[in-house]
Design a protein around this ligand. Sequence first.
Ligand SMILES: NC(=O)c1ccc[n+]([C@@H]2O[C@H](COP(=O)([O-])OP(=O)(O)OC[C@H]3O[C@@H](n4cnc5c(N)ncnc54)[C@H](OP(=O)(O)O)[C@@H]3O)[C@@H](O)[C@H]2O)c1
Length: 239
Amino acid sequence: MERVLIIGASSGIGEALAREFSLRGYVVGMASRRIELLNRIKQELPNTSYVKHLDLLRPDEARLALRELISEMGGADIIVINSGVGHENAELVWELERPSIDVNVLGFTAMAVEASNYFIKKGRGHLVGISSVAGLRPFRLAPAYGASKAFIIFYLKGLRHKFKKQGVDVVVTDIRPGFVDTPLTEGNTKMFWVSTSQKAAEQIFNAIKARKEVAYITKRWRLIAFIIGLVPDFIYNRL
Ligand SMILES: NC(=O)c1ccc[n+]([C@@H]2O[C@H](COP(=O)([O-])OP(=O)(O)OC[C@H]3O[C@@H](n4cnc5c(N)ncnc54)[C@H](OP(=O)(O)O)[C@@H]3O)[C@@H](O)[C@H]2O)c1
């Protein structure tokens, strides 16, 4: 049985992905802070699963927790770093900017380093990061969130380059969602092409199975990514 470990599986996309993998017969490991939610999801999953308390605001402890969970699961074939936070921050309040950096940059990197070194030692593996279409172009209302997602996109590219040059069989998949209806986007009234977390999870599962390097969720967000890449800065800055 293949084993997938999902960091940030207590709600939204991560929870839906845990359910999708379990339904498809995988052993699933789930980690994040809200252990009571993880335990509830565990009880509902049709296949073997494991849970672990893990807080990315404490990156060194989180690295240890990740190692422990891998060991309790008897190893992991796929590790998904899904945890993320973000806020619209029109007033540029430091307390709202900071969590995006702490969780999406520092916490993400702690997990990516730990997972990568585990896979390198093992000789193979599949690392999946959840970035965002928001990482493709700066956004005035959420500068730290966009920048943190750009960091994830770049970091995953760096790892992929490293593994290819090293000749290690570690696949790197960058998942770039558009809008998904989850607690993170609750109250956002300006969304379009909004996907359910269930649909997002199905498409993410398929992208992982296909060992894709990059996948837009849902697929049509590739079009938006293409268009925003074409708009010159002098026009974009007026939008
Ligand atoms: N929803 C969208 O439209 C959208 C679009 C693009 C990208 N994304 C990305 O998709 C990912 C999942 O987001 P979502 O929309 O599903 O939101 P969500 O339901 O709020 O899920 C966020 C997950 O991150 C975990 N997390 C937050 N802080 C953490 C911490 N300090 N330590 C460990 N885990 C932490 C949460 O677990 P605990 O609270 O239990 O720790 C939760 O499982 C995020 O990376 C987000 O940026 C979402």
